[in-house]
Design a protein around this ligand. Sequence first.
Ligand SMILES: C[S@@+](CC[C@H](N)C(=O)[O-])C[C@H]1O[C@@H](n2cnc3c(N)ncnc32)[C@H](O)[C@@H]1O
Length: 469
Amino acid sequence: MRFLPLFLDLSSGTIALVGNSPAAINKLQLLRSAGASVRWFSDDEDASAELLTAGGPGRVEIDTSRASDIDASQFAAVVIAYGDKRDDAIAGRIRAAGGLINVVDRPDLSNFIFPAIVDRGDVVVAIGTNGASPVLARRIREQIEALLPARLGDLAALMGRYRERFAKARHASRSLRRFWERVVDGPIGAAALAGRWREAETALARAVEDSRSPEAPSGVVFLVGAGPGDPDLLTLRALHTLQNADVIFYDDLVTQEILARARRDAELVFVGKRKGEPGIGQDAINRRLIEAASAGKQVVRLKGGDPFIFGRGGEELEQLRQAGVSAFVVPGITAALGCAAEVGLPLTFRQEATQLTFITANTSDGAEAVDWSAASNPHTTVAVYMGLSAAGTVRDRLIAAGRDPKTPVAVLVRGTRPDAKALVGRLDELPTLAVAAGSGPALLVIGEVVARSEPWRASLSRQEVEVAA
Ligand SMILES: C[S@@+](CC[C@H](N)C(=O)[O-])C[C@H]1O[C@@H](n2cnc3c(N)ncnc32)[C@H](O)[C@@H]1O
């Protein structure tokens, strides 16, 4: 990151604006509507006079002296927008004098840049792309504009008015963060965003008064599915729990990109297994979840895919219930769904694949002990979890159960992650594909529908090219 977003106090001084280009006039309007006091170094009297009548709370004074003589120490910042080589000369001088300078559309000459802005009064969102793509920044701004409620700034202002009062009133056992989260997420926030100001303010004043008494500990555990790896495949609810968590216990399948979406000061505790090292064990995990919730914390137990699909979420939920801890399950996109979607592999298909079976090859007695008869029907798509190292047994058992050795298969490795790969072939080649896949996690998919996937189509066209050659 070259440009760190900071917010400039516009009352700290005047902004110098240099130039008459359309870009300069844009900046003038922006600064004026933000309430800035601007000295505009303009050599075009007509345009300047016209602009003085334009609206906005900011003040503009025109200066017809030479912009090359600007004394940077007199200004909070200098914005230059000639759009020609004069920019370079003035920028060099101001930077040398240690001033804050922006040259419009020239991040190389600037030591600050203007972000795209979403403005909701007290709530301002700044979006930057390090100066690389203002168009992309504007697209992101449009998306955020659509997401943020119109009265968000008014809610922020209401909270601002009660901030100090709550800080003075609150009992030591009351968490500042949790109090304000409940205001935002609960009925007070809902009333404010709906414009019911009196109701919102009365409820907030009452909540501040109530905070004088101690809070009963009320920890909770969310068993959250993180999806197969791509952070964009987190559900909105999963994201919400990650952003409110005090502590997150996570597995080895959870990627760093997903952890990066968690609240910055949440405690992150790894409880998975790393190659060659013993994990802390299921009993210890259960114990730690219960301890954290009993201490009043908001706990997230974060698992790859979905917590209830080969993820031991069911066992953890039982233990939490027995301990009397409130627990909620947030589903995730299981590996089979994420990996199949990525390679355009429809897991069911009219008449061709009318059943779908998720099987784990990793039972306590090994893949040999699995009942493969449920997967014998040629219209069944089989998704095998934890099957990479048992690919030989999976092949033998499925063929013994009656599947055609020529059934299309796919090995989908590290699906939805940046280094994902997909290998396709026939059931009798499954062990060879598994070896070629290297390290997992990987999912084996067996069924006619594999022939509809993109890797299969690509392998066919490769063969056609080879035959033609
Ligand atoms: C312990 S299971 C957990 C399954 C998880 N709860 C789910 O719903 O996807 C781990 C297995 O899931 C599969 N898996 C998980 N993430 C995967 C990914 N990104 N790509 C391929 N397979 C994955 C692999 O078969 C791996 O061995």
